[in-house]
Design a protein around this ligand. Structure first.
Ligand code: ASP
Ligand code: MG
Length: 480
């Protein structure tokens, strides 16, 4: 089977002339051994500007065309720098830019008439990727790579959840294989540049995957081509990979060189912003190995590889993570909570109102239900519960604590390893950090403690020393 690498370049890899030549360097290196699909994000900062443009256009600010002029100038300057030596590619690219920019202005002008919606926002923000990817493909052409540009709405089908769409994998697989395999098999093409971040519904409406969604585009394309190629995904980032703790909080951190999809998903769930969380699911589903690599040092062997295999080193705990700002809700009633159906009533009420439940904690006494929600949802949840026909009645007491954090120790096998919970309790307890609740988060790969927010940073360092640093300095082993 032929080799294929799907590479995703984020906005931080698309910011100046130097970054384009870095991409050229990377592509040159990999093309010796494989065909390449590039998935590109918008140029750095452009998605934010497009969102700003959309918002201002909705508010009838008549002068918000200046944002589009700014976007035009950023792209024009980029083209001026990177395509200076190739007059014909320069012209084509400049015409493309002018056409897209004038479309954007037109859409902005009619938003008030056709009424604002996530659907319109998705159309507007998709232009960031259209422009960057077209420019990149023209740049690679000018450097004599055999390159093809594809706008992802042609091949990537999603549901109609605008702003946070989910891919329709089966339908997309058919489209992707039909469109891409003949190109990859052709002698005339060695690199395909596909726009990240967006797709379209079956009736051709543009949708986006949410911020950072180009990662997901790369994962989906790899998934669709897994049967025909020997492939891997490389996510080029401005970090080396997954670290075993948040470097802004932990005094020490180390790179996780090998990690399983399952563990990486836990890290993503608990706030590591390295990858779009869903792309790990897609990689796992297709059993596609992936790497996170540091864009500025592409030849370094310091990077994270994510595969199916769980590497069982001596340490069960691979990483310490946290969610700093959370709220915890406790619903109490001696008589009502033990009744069947109470929990389901709470969670359907909140689910129907788009409240995300971050953890659920079971206590052995059945008279209360405790769960965590995002801090921003606290007022809403208070209102919903206190005004509900069922929970608003006087036999429930509802308490909401807005000053909590969650810390979690992560690693495959956490729950089956004796002693982990005890060590969390003892190490935090020794430093007078009180655990208010414990929870098993999204899976069996973590043990979660809920603590007062004022203790969060301290707790992370304590747990790091207890589970990662301690055995490390003792055994001087490599973190893997
Ligand atoms: N350009 C989009 C964003 O900034 C998607 C991405 O970067 O992956 O969120
Ligand atoms: Mg981005």
């Amino acid at each position: 089977m032929e080799n294929l690498v799907v590479m995703k370049f984020g906005g931080s890899c698309l910011k100046d002339e130097k970054s384009f030549s870095q991409i050229q360097y990377i592509v040159k290196k990999y093309r010796e051994a494989s065909k390449i699909i590039i998935v590109a994000s918008a140029l750095k900062g452009i998605t934010d500007k497009l969102i700003d443009f959309y918002k201002k256009s909705c508010k009838e600010e008549p002068k918000c065309d200046y944002i589009i002029d700014d976007i035009f100038n950023i792209h024009k300057n980029m083209i001026n720098q990177i395509l200076i030596d190739d007059e014909s590619e320069f012209k084509k690219t400049f015409e493309f830019l002018k056409k897209e920019i004038s479309e954007l202005k037109q859409i902005g002008g009619v938003i008030k008439l056709i009424r604002p919606s996530m659907q319109i926002q998705d159309i507007i923000i998709s232009y960031g990727e259209k422009l960057s990817t077209f420019i990149l493909s023209q740049y690679l052409k000018s450097k004599k790579f055999k390159t093809e540009y594809i706008s992802s709405d042609e091949i990537l089908l999603t549901d109609d959840n605008f702003g946070r769409a989910l891919p329709l994998l089966e339908e997309t697989e058919i489209k992707v294989t039909d469109r891409i395999i003949p190109l990859l098999q052709s002698e005339l093409i060695e690199i395909i540049c596909v726009t990240g971040f967006y797709g379209s519904t079956k009736d051709k409406k543009i949708t986006t995957f949410g911020r950072g969604g180009s990662d997901l585009t790369a994962a989906i394309l790899a998934y669709c081509l897994r049967i025909n190629f020997n492939l891997k995904v490389i996510y080029w980032k401005n970090v080396k990979g997954f670290l075993n703790a948040d470097p802004r909080i932990a005094e020490k951190t180390a790179l996780l060189k090998r990690i399983s999809y399952k563990e990486a998903k836990e890290l993503a769930f608990f706030g590591s912003k390295v990858l779009h969380p869903l792309c790990l699911d897609v990689n796992e589903k297709g059993n596609i190995p992936s790497e996170i690599k540091f864009f500025n040092d592409p030849d370094s062997d310091e990077f994270t590889t994510i595969t199916k295999e769980i590497v069982r080193g001596e340490k069960v705990i691979k990483a310490i993570t946290s969610i700093y700002k959370l709220s915890m809700v406790t619903v109490e009633s001696d008589t009502m909570v033990p009744l069947t159906g109470t929990a389901s009533k709470i969670f359907s009420l909140l689910g129907d109102n788009n409240v995300n439940i971050v953890f659920i904690s079971q206590s052995s006494s059945e008279n209360n239900i405790t769960f965590g929600i995002e801090f921003e949802d606290s007022m809403k949840v208070s209102f919903l519960l206190r005004n509900s026909d069922f929970f608003g009645k006087k036999w429930f007491r509802i308490k909401i604590n807005n000053d909590i954090s969650l810390v979690a120790v992560i690693g495959a096998g956490v729950l089956h390893t004796p002693g982990i919970a005890g060590r969390v309790f003892t190490s935090l307890g020794d430093d007078n950090i009180n655990i208010k609740a414990i929870a098993q988060g999204s899976s069996e790969l973590n043990f979660t403690a809920i603590i007062d927010r004022k203790n969060c940073d301290k707790a992370i360092n304590i747990l790091y020393n207890e589970f990662i640093n301690k055995s490390r300095s003792r055994k001087k082993e490599e973190i893997n």
